[in-house]
Design a protein around this ligand. Structure first.
Ligand code: GDP
Length: 457
């Protein structure tokens, strides 16, 4: 760390959970959140918009007999609530990954699946340290549940037969990680996180192994993240849009993860938009109300400021065109032009190479648009136009202008088809592909192209 940053404070590491559908991401997050709430001193767990903040002392209690060393000085862990690698790839910060560390959830019986591979590719590309949660160990035949126990203790209570089945599955996952280029080991033998990926057997249902997972996550962040965690707590806020949502009484708002500095009510901000960066002023910073109050009163409460790392809903005029995955910058003491230039530069990194003739791509976020563009480049499919947003009539019209028949295709990832676009589609010479799994979307398109070619022969 350089001299002039010595006043910086360590912020909470940002953790994302990813993995194949149904492997237990949501359950694991629920389990961590739920047990955090029951372990915490009243009010210590803060539910943010899009994230849950668990302080270090609560994590220490959750880890139980697994001691988190006293010299750990990171304030806790901020878990992003939207699980899935597709949301993970949205989570960018200054060109890298927004999440500092990740949990890759793998169903211990099911092993690696296509979305596990996709997730691994993203983790590799972004250089994000991760731990593998080998989930659903309680479904091992003959398993004798040891609710909430550290994994070694839980394993000691199992029959030889159950243990040998579990071990077989775990070593299969370790083999698959090795095929993917990562040297991995069961967590308790991991001495050096730089070389080894820890594989922690867990159950999101019985919470066995969850204490270990938290201990490994703290260890990972403490070892890797110190310098990147150092922030100027009073500096102008920097964040990433998770989602753009209309809220009653506020209009378009952006759910944002703040990873540096502070955002204050009334701040001038620059937000990445569909056409141009949006310059606006924060009208309200909103957090969820405590659960008990939600039913009776308004859903949100206003806060005066939020400091990194945190999730917050920003209400401000003119946010309709904001994009999920786009940067948010507080202007404050730097010139407005600099902030606009920063936002533009970040968006430029995601720009997609387009060809004169090619398919049209629509995706829900910048991150998924980028992932689609990468996957299509690998499949050697040219792109004529790529945009964030739902499928609108204009997209159909553009798709129809493609020269080659097989390029008159619209690939829509995780977005809605607007009703008037549906009508348009009925009469248009355009083939629409929709899916919320990238590789399937592209596979469907490739199959279509192959069938066309075969029919023509
Ligand atoms: P996601 O799609 O990855 O978020 O997966 P979910 O969390 O929705 O889990 C998919 C299904 O697996 C649900 O029916 C869960 O109850 C179940 N499940 C998740 N984790 C576990 C586990 O550790 N043990 C058992 N027995 N079931 C689990």
């Amino acid at each position: 760390m350089t001299e002039d940053t010595h006043t910086d404070t360590l912020r909470t590491p940002i953790v994302a959970v990813l993995g194949h559908v149904d492997h237990g991401k949501t359950s694991l997050l629920d389990e961590i959140r739920g047990s955090a709430v029951s372990e915490a001193e009243a009010g210590a767990i803060t539910q943010h918009i899009g994230a849950t903040d668990i302080p270090l002392d609560t994590i220490s209690r959750m880890a139980g007999e697994l001691v988190i060393p006293d010299d750990f000085d990171l304030p806790g862990l901020l878990f992003i609530d939207t699980p899935g690698h597709h949301s993970f790839s949205t989570l960018r910060a200054r060109g890298g990954a927004l999440a500092d560390i990740a949990v890759l959830v793998v169903d211990v019986n099911d092993g690696f699946q296509p979305q596990t591979e996709e997730a691994i590719d993203i983790l590799r590309r972004t250089g994000t340290p991760f731990v593998v949660a080998a989930n659903k160990i309680d479904t091992t035949p003959g398993w004798n549940p040891q609710e909430g126990e550290p994994i070694q203790r839980s394993m000691e209570a199992q029959s030889e037969r159950a243990m040998s089945m579990l071990n077989e599955n775990l070593y299969e996952i370790i083999g698959q990680l090795s095929d993917a280029g990562f040297s991995a080991d069961l967590y308790w033998r991991v001495q050096d996180f730089q070389k080894n990926i820890g594989v922690v057997p867990v159950s999101a249902i019985t919470a066995e192994g969850v204490p270990d997972l938290l201990a490994v996550l703290m260890g990972l962040s403490q070892r890797f993240m110190k310098e990147e965690m150092a922030i100027d707590v009073n500096g102008p806020g920097e964040g990433t849009v998770l989602e753009v949502k209309d809220e009653r009484g506020f209009g378009a708002t952006v759910d944002t993860v703040v990873y540096d500095g502070v955002i204050e009510n009334g701040d001038e901000i620059v937000v990445g938009g569909q056409e141009e960066p949006i310059v606006t002023e924060v009208r309200a910073l909103l957090q969820p109300r405590p659960l008990a109050e939600i039913r009776t009163e308004k859903q949100f409460e206003k806060v005066a400021s939020v400091g990194a790392a945190a999730g917050v809903k920003i209400a401000a005029p003119d946010l309709d065109d904001a994009m999920a995955g786009a940067p948010v910058r507080v202007v404050r003491d730097k010139p407005l032009d600099d902030a606009i230039a920063e936002v533009k530069a970040e968006l430029a990194e995601i720009e997609v190479d387009t060809a004169e003739d090619g398919v049209v791509v629509k995706a829900d976020t910048l991150g998924s648009l980028e992932a689609m563009a990468n996957a299509l480049r690998e499949a050697e499919v040219p792109i004529m136009r790529a945009e964030v947003g739902d499928v609108a009539p204009r997209d159909i019209a553009i798709t129809e202008t493609a020269n080659q028949e097989e390029h008159k295709a619209l690939l829509a990832f995780n977005v809605d088809i607007l009703p008037n676009a549906e009508t348009e589609l009925e009469s248009a010479d355009v083939k629409l592909f929709t899916n919320d799994v990238i590789y399937q979307l592209i596979e469907d398109y490739e199959t279509y192209v192959e069938e066309r070619q075969r029919a023509q022969q």
